[in-house]
Design a protein around this ligand. Structure first.
Ligand code: ATP
Length: 211
């Protein structure tokens, strides 16, 4: 898979939220996006996911222009800042419901993913009673469970306990070895240094390649 961003600018009001972004991303890599609060990291992830369209420029996913040839990248698993699960369902029920949309993930797989992250699929607890870390884990599982080829993760390590941080690091390494294209943001330098083989810094909507 490859993602090519060419001269992408997004203006909201009079502000350039993203300014003249040019990047090339491909499979077998974990890309780290760093930058201060409000610099544009989440917008960058939304841009390559087709969730915001450019004021000028374009994003191509395997030569297909987002917003023209396709609405969203096929093969995309995504964790956004606030995963939208239903409060009155359990974690397992939420994941099962989402899995039904594309119908590629078996219940067994969901149970396995939940076990990896120390979540009990038989737990009767409703999502609204989940802790922050539990919600985050569910969001991560939803992003990876369909074995998509592009995985986009906004602050995936947020709210995770030490064990889960190690679990997620191992999982991301494994996904990289399975030829995925992974893009993640993080405020944690250690996670970025350990995992990412390319880093981009965003400041005021502009991007620089660090390696
Ligand atoms: N819907 C919107 N309308 C206008 N401006 C927005 C909107 N959403 C975000 N912005 C602005 O876009 C800029 C980039 O926001 P973004 O969420 O990408 O930052 P970030 O780097 O992810 O920050 P953080 O580290 O706090 O998550 C900010 O100045 C923000 O105020």
């Amino acid at each position: 898979m490859k993602i090519e961003v060419t001269n992408f600018t997004k203006t909201i009001g009079k502000v350039n939220i993203l300014e003249n972004i040019n990047v090339y991303l491909e499979s077998d890599n974990i890309y780290g996006i760093v930058g201060k609060n409000g610099s544009g990291k989440t917008m960058f992830l939304r841009m390559i996911s087709g969730l915001i369209l450019p004021t000028s420029g374009e994003v191509r996913i395997d030569n297909k222009v987002l917003g023209k040839d396709i609405s969203f990248p096929e093969n995309l698993g995504i964790l956004l800042e606030k995963p939208s699960f239903l409060g009155h369902l359990t974690g397992y029920e939420n994941l099962k419901m989402l899995a039904k949309i594309r119908n590629v993930t078996k219940n067994d797989d969901i149970q396995k993913f939940m076990a990896i992250f120390d979540l009990d699929w038989e737990d009767e607890k409703k999502f609204k009673k989940y802790s922050l870390g539990m919600k985050q884990k569910l969001g991560i599982i939803q992003a990876v469970m369909e074995n998509q080829r592009i995985i986009i993760l906004d602050e995936p390590f947020n709210a995770l306990d030490e064990t889960s941080v190690l679990t997620l690091r191992t999982m991301l390494e494994k996904l990289k070895s399975e030829h995925k294209l992974i893009v993640m943001t993080s405020h944690n330098k250690e996670d970025i240094q350990l995992l990412c083989n390319h880093t981009f810094t965003i400041s005021d909507g502009k991007i620089e390649s660090d390696s």
